[in-house]
Design a protein around this ligand. Structure first.
Ligand SMILES: [Zn+2]
Ligand SMILES: [Zn+2]
Length: 182
């Protein structure tokens, strides 16, 4: 994805100063684990950059309607995503890590005073996507035998299996598991 740079103007270097930035981002695809999300519209983002004295705190939101496939039936799923952006950029490159922060919770302000907010937008949206995207909580998925979408009704596979069992009792045996008594 392309960088989205915001430039920290000289007047923002005074403690407690803050400034607002916003824009749109056109991303073709967002990868979340095994799932791919696509967008028919640009991602809308806005951030507030605040000088905390030691660092620039970047907070804001990223919003978009995302599309992906249901993990069970492969139908298209539309998900409104509303993510919270948060970033922390130490101003002095000599400063050591803040005591209450892990390595991955802060960065240093680049020498050119421009911050690429695209990784923050990506992280904000990734926190909002479901672990397993589903078209509905009780999606019945696809029939493992014929591939029919079971949300649209029974495909007949289960029924014909039952008919098999009715006419041939031994057909049921192939589904049974026997404990090893030995
Ligand atoms: Zn589904
Ligand atoms: Zn079937």
């Amino acid at each position: 994805m392309d960088p989205i740079r915001i430039h920290i103007a000289p007047e923002l270097f005074a403690p407690a100063e803050s400034s607002h930035f916003e824009g749109i981002a056109e991303w073709p695809i967002l990868k979340a684990g095994p799932d791919l999300y696509s967008f028919d519209e640009p991602i809308r983002w806005s951030v507030e950059v605040t000088n905390t004295g030691d660092a620039f705190l970047v907070t804001g939101t990223a919003e978009v309607l995302a599309k992906t496939s249901c993990a069970r039936c492969l139908d298209e799923v539309s998900l409104p995503l509303f993510g919270e952006i948060e970033g922390y950029y130490l101003i002095d490159p000599q400063d050591s890590a803040p005591e209450d922060m892990d390595e991955d919770e802060f960065e240093y302000l680049p020498a050119d005073h421009s911050i690429d907010v695209s990784p923050l937008i990506q992280a904000a949206l990734l926190l909002e996507v479901p672990y397993v995207p589903l078209c509905k909580d009780d999606c019945k998925g696809l029939c493992p035998e014929c591939g029919a979408n079971l949300n649209e009704g029974p495909c007949g596979c289960e029924q014909s299996k039952e008919e098999d069992i009715a006419t041939n009792p031994f057909a049921a045996l192939k589904d049974l598991k026997f404990d090893n008594e030995g």
